[in-house]
Design a protein. Sequence first.
Length: 167
Amino acid sequence: MTEIRIDNRFDTLEAQRQTKQLASQLGFSRCACAELAIAVSELSSNILKYGRPGRILLAEVNDAGGRGIRVRAYDVGPPFRDLDSALKDGCDDVGPIDPAAIAHRGGFGTGLGAVIRFTHSFRVEPMPSGKCVEVRRYLPARRSRSPSRPPGGRLSRAPSRLPKDLE
């Protein structure tokens, strides 16, 4: 398990770096590593905006969902007033964000939505002082080779043709 204390923007960058490193070691694709780094960046940014100080914990998981990575973001900020609202793009935890306020708040209100889009599970747990947001992302399930596919080969398929009326 890796723990990164989040007190400033440099800590967010370190959390991204360590997330990419662990995800790569676990076998995630380059794209999945980048998506996980974005999710951790968003969680870290929220710690800095709303619940400083905080920490990010990264760990390998192997459970009913499969093998993957677990990220826990702990902060000392207030609970979400309306979690469903906070999860919607363009909203915070009280509703739609006034466009005039975007420059002052440092974001468009898409962070938690991105976290959900880049992970397989999301949950929020209230703590005695603050909260914990936990996300998990799993490696793709390994598929057995199809008997019609040669080992290491590709299936060849004739190009499909559109019906004459759609050409």
